[in-house]
Design a protein around this ligand. Structure first.
Ligand SMILES: NC(=O)c1ccc[n+]([C@@H]2O[C@H](COP(=O)([O-])OP(=O)(O)OC[C@H]3O[C@@H](n4cnc5c(N)ncnc54)[C@H](O)[C@@H]3O)[C@@H](O)[C@H]2O)c1
Length: 357
């Protein structure tokens, strides 16, 4: 189906040549992960239609994609909560498969505003699955999350780990996975893959695309880069008394370009395999908060002042992925390490202190 190998300009990844021919609708295309997927997929010659409501991303992302790839992406500004607009997209464009990144992603916000999260993440996905069904599209790659697992009953998490999310965000991901499972059970022609991401960080190595959170970042890496660039005074480290290598929380970080490539492999997989699969995308190892900080300082020569704060409610001590199913089914594993993650995150933030603005 695919053959090794070709090095794509501006990427450190060894990629397989793509030999499948599909028109792909990308929902949430201008967000952090979606934009990196689009760059890689366009560079691999895939036919994409980008869709986003721009609620949590900038139209300038489209310029960045164009500059990096030399390709002007086709784009529609549509909200997936608006079923009739979504239907019009399917009615007027060739769509063979969908990659679905669109949704809200902040755990804390989901606890404060659960209905908003259910409406967007669940209802939006239901609209999408219905539009797909009505237009005969049966292939989907969905952005799920390791959050679906909840408190680890064992570590690393395998896909067989029980799903027990303990926040509304994780619940919304789990519900969409269940809808996908039920749909596949109802019709053997469906091919639906839920990719359970661990902690995506880093940026495109060109420094032209990256993560651009609005306001104070929720996630660790954008917080570190905002401190590095002088916009925040210091990093708050929540808890240094966990049972881990240095007492700080341990997570499985994955370079966003590796993650993007996992979607291309998933599309190849569902081109020839029907049914439902949930697949972890992670590095298969963990780093502590302080290990990430010291890698950032070592590689980039920038110091990150930090202060230890009390543990946050709901934070877990340590978890990472068993990533063997992705290797077995998709022929995918991470190629980029912590040094590339911190290097590329800083290349983006230092070149664009105010993100896309
Ligand atoms: N970033 C992470 O750490 C992480 C981890 C696990 C899973 N995920 C999931 O991956 C997906 C992408 O995450 P991201 O980090 O790129 O987030 P992001 O917010 O940068 O991107 C999501 C994009 O979807 C768009 N969007 C949101 N609601 C929409 C709607 N109703 N209609 C159309 N567009 C809509 C936003 O404008 C944004 O461009 C999300 O579903 C998220 O839950 C992210």
């Amino acid at each position: 189906m695919s053959r090794l190998t070709r090095k794509i300009t501006g990427s450190d990844l060894i990629l397989f040549n793509v030999t499948f021919d599909m028109a792909i609708l990308v929902c949430g295309a201008t967000g952090f992960i979606g934009s990196h997927f689009c760059v890689l997929a366009l560079q691999q010659g895939l036919d994409l239609l980008l869709l986003d409501n721009l609620e949590n991303s900038s139209p300038k992302v489209l310029n960045a994609i164009r500059e990096v790839t030399g390709i002007s992406p086709r784009f529609v500004e549509v909200d997936i909560r608006d079923k009739s607009s979504l239907d019009a997209v399917f009615a007027t464009n060739q769509v063979d498969s969908v990659v679905h990144f669109a949704g809200y992603k902040a755990v804390g916000e989901s606890a404060a505003e659960p209905l908003r999260y259910y409406r967007n993440n669940v209802d939006g996905s239901l609209n999408l699955l219905e539009s797909m069904k009505e237009h005969g599209v049966r292939k989907l790659v969905f952005s799920s999350s390791a959050t679906v697992y909840g408190v680890p009953e064992f570590n690393p998490y395998t896909e067989e780990h029980r799903k027990r999310p303990f926040n509304p965000y994780g619940q919304t991901k789990s519900v969409v996975e269940d809808m996908m499972y039920d749909l596949c059970a109802s019709d053997p022609q469906y091919a639906l893959v839920a990719l359970r991401y661990f902690n995506p960080i880093g940026a495109h190595p060109s420094g032209m695309l990256g993560e651009d959170p609005k306001g104070i970042p929720n996630n660790l890496m954008p917080f570190i880069t905002k401190v590095a660039v002088g916009q925040l005074a210091e990093l708050g480290v929540f808890g240094d008394d966990y049972d881990t290598v240095d007492g700080t929380g341990v997570r499985d970080y994955i370079h966003v370009m590796d993650l993007a490539y996992g979607h291309i492999r998933a599309l190849q997989y569902l081109n020839s395999n029907a049914g439902y699969q949930a697949i972890n995308l992670g590095a298969g190892r963990g780093y502590s908060v302080l290990e990430l900080v010291s890698a950032f300082e070592r590689i980039n020569g920038v110091s990150i002042p930090y202060v230890i704060k009390p543990r946050r409610d709901g934070d877990l001590a340590a978890y990472w992925a068993d990533a063997s199913k992705a290797e077995r089914l998709l022929g995918w594993k991470t190629q980029l390490g912590i040094d590339e993650m911190v290097r590329d995150a800083w290349a983006w933030q230092s070149a664009n202190p105010n993100g896309y603005n």
